[in-house]
Design a protein around this ligand. Structure first.
Ligand SMILES: Cc1cc2nc3c(=O)[nH]c(=O)nc-3n(C[C@H](O)[C@H](O)[C@H](O)COP(=O)(O)OP(=O)(O)OC[C@H]3O[C@@H](n4cnc5c(N)ncnc54)[C@H](O)[C@@H]3O)c2cc1C
Ligand SMILES: NC(=O)c1ccc[n+]([C@@H]2O[C@H](COP(=O)([O-])OP(=O)(O)OC[C@H]3O[C@@H](n4cnc5c(N)ncnc54)[C@H](O)[C@@H]3O)[C@@H](O)[C@H]2O)c1
Length: 449
């Protein structure tokens, strides 16, 4: 027998949860489906467990850099204790999530969802029909065209390691590799990042990335640029990662090789063709209302949707809110990706919101660029926090901030103020006149503008 719903959401990560909860609150008969434990990548295998480990790495960095400045003995990471602490955050998630869906009146299904036709899905032996179906299936590690790719350890397995091996090699120089490398080196491992391009963390400001690379090298991370990994071999002692660097072949030896080579939309198992849902390598093809261009019953949100939004939790949540409004009231809401902040949780942390200097100039803005080394400002000097730098890009014509780029121990919180200014279109002259608490990192904002 076919069960009928107003809305069926495939995926219970941040994006899917956001749609399902809002639709149910508005009285629509709503169902969620997930093939894995409820909660999705962010709270179980991504942001939150990573942040528990990264915060410990920050504490190590803080005590190390204060040696001889009032802190006597550097702290040490106890990996097993830290993982136990991390599990206290991840383990309760699936049950709590399921209960919160049930409390909201959402029907819950476990298993892989596959389309049978435009409006119907199969989950194990059950057949479900949705007035609207929302695809929120997230992303998975990109298959890398590398011989011996099966030797790679994925980010989610790294976050479950009982022991941290002595020598760790990261393939790729993006978010995952920099964040995990900063954790691993603070936990005592020898770490290599092998990145095929000229600049790691390509979407960030290149001056800030240069500072992060310099600090990463100082704390013992070896960064190999222009080195494209093409093979991973294993013998009874170790892994050997082979890469091409121009005409040269280079190799690195380690005890663990981690995939940091990018993620791709999770669409393989959905049988999208049976529902006439168009897609490409970059995800489900949607219009500006996040509705499938080829099947009006279907929407897509989060990492799986091919939009201008980056694959980040707050983007998925925002898209979820937009789709729920479009479904509930037949509205035509569009996502606004302007000024969305993003942080690499290394130590120092790297942050951005809005346009880079290059993007602003290419878009023909008449820009004022405030680029400052702030490591000798009191905020950073009293905790010996270097490097610390800021680059703010201001539109001379409107006095609005177009982009903000930060590096330093406080940049993860500080970037939100710039994101707010960009998103709410607060002009620089107003931001300068806000009275902030002192001494805080935020009270430096007027001097950055
Ligand atoms: C290591 C790591 C660290 C990260 N750190 C951050 C961070 O600090 N900040 C940030 O903003 N973002 C971070 N991200 C990105 C963030 O986790 C994702 O952007 C976010 O989880 C995407 O949400 P989503 O709902 O689109 O997908 P997901 O959270 O991936 O959820 C998708 C769900 O769909 C389910 N599913 C897939 N296919 C099917 C199917 N056929 N049938 C049924 N269920 C299915 C999956 O099991 C999963 O539960 C990180 C990612 C990783 C990997
Ligand atoms: N703090 C955060 O918000 C956070 C943290 C982790 C992940 N994420 C999300 O997850 C996504 C995936 O993260 P990621 O770090 O895997 O990808 P990424 O896209 O940030 O970086 C991947 C890097 O790997 C390189 N690469 C790919 N194949 C290679 C090869 N064979 N040899 C050498 N280098 C190679 C690419 O050039 C690129 O620089 C991110 O785009 C981000 O949206 C976010």
């Amino acid at each position: 027998m076919t069960e009928k719903f107003d809305v069926i959401v495939i995926g219970t990560g941040p994006a899917g949860s956001s749609v399902a909860t809002s639709c149910a609150q508005e009285g629509l008969r709503t169902a969620v489906i997930d093939e894995r434990a409820y909660g999705g990548t962010c709270p179980l295998r991504g942001c939150n467990p990573k942040k528990v480990l990264a915060s410990a790495a920050t504490m190590i960095d803080e005590t190390e850099r204060m040696q001889g400045k009032g802190i006597a003995k550097p702290a040490k990471i106890n990996w097993q204790d830290l993982m136990e602490f991390k599990r206290s955050f991840t383990e309760p998630v699936p049950e709590a999530k399921e209960k919160s869906f049930e409390k909201a009146g959402i029907e819950t299904f476990h298993g892989q969802a596959q389309f049978l036709d435009e409006k119907t899905l199969k989950v194990k032996e059950k057949v479900l029909e949705g007035g609207k179906i929302v695809i929120a299936t997230g992303a998975r590690p990109a298959p890398l065209p590398v011989d011996g790719a099966d030797h790679l350890t994925y980010s989610e397995d790294f976050l479950e390691l009982d022991q941290l091996p002595k020598r760790v090699i990261f393939v790729g120089g993006g978010y995952i590799s920099f964040e995990f490398a900063h954790i691993a080196v603070r936990a005592g491992s020898d770490v290599h990042i092998v990145q095929r391009g000229e600049q790691p963390l390509k979407s960030f400001d290149s001056d800030m990335v240069d500072l992060l690379q310099k600090k990463s090298k100082e704390i013992g991370i070896s960064i190999h640029l222009n080195s494209s990994v093409n093979a991973i071999e294993k013998n009874d002692k170790e892994y050997i990662v082979k890469a091409s660097k121009g005409d040269e072949e280079v190799s690195f030896r380690g005890d663990l090789v981690v995939h940091g080579g990018g993620r791709v939309p999770q669409i393989n198992d959905l049988k999208l063709d049976q529902a006439g849902v168009n897609h490409s390598k970059t995800g489900i093809t949607v219009n500006t209302y996040l509705q499938s261009v080829s099947n009006e019953h279907v929407y897509a949100v989060g990492d799986v949707a091919d939009t201008n939004g980056s694959p980040l939790t707050p983007v998925g949540e925002m898209e979820g809110q937009i789709v729920s409004q479009n479904i509930v009231s037949d509205a035509k809401q569009e996502a606004n990706y302007n000024g969305i902040p993003s942080v690499v949780f290394s130590e120092p942390k790297l942050a951005k919101a809005g346009l880079t200097e290059k993007e602003a100039r290419e878009a023909n803005y008449d820009v004022k660029v405030n680029h400052q080394d702030i490591s000798d400002w009191f905020t950073y000097r009293h905790t010996n926090d270097a490097p610390a730098a800021v680059k703010i890009i201001i539109d001379k014509k409107t006095d609005l901030i177009l982009g903000a780029h930060l590096i330093g121990g406080k940049s993860d919180e500080l970037i939100n103020y710039f994101a707010m200014a960009i998103q709410m279109r607060i002009p620089v002259n107003q931001l300068k006149n806000v009275v902030y608490a002192f001494p805080t990192a935020v009270s430096d904002i007027p001097s950055m503008l």
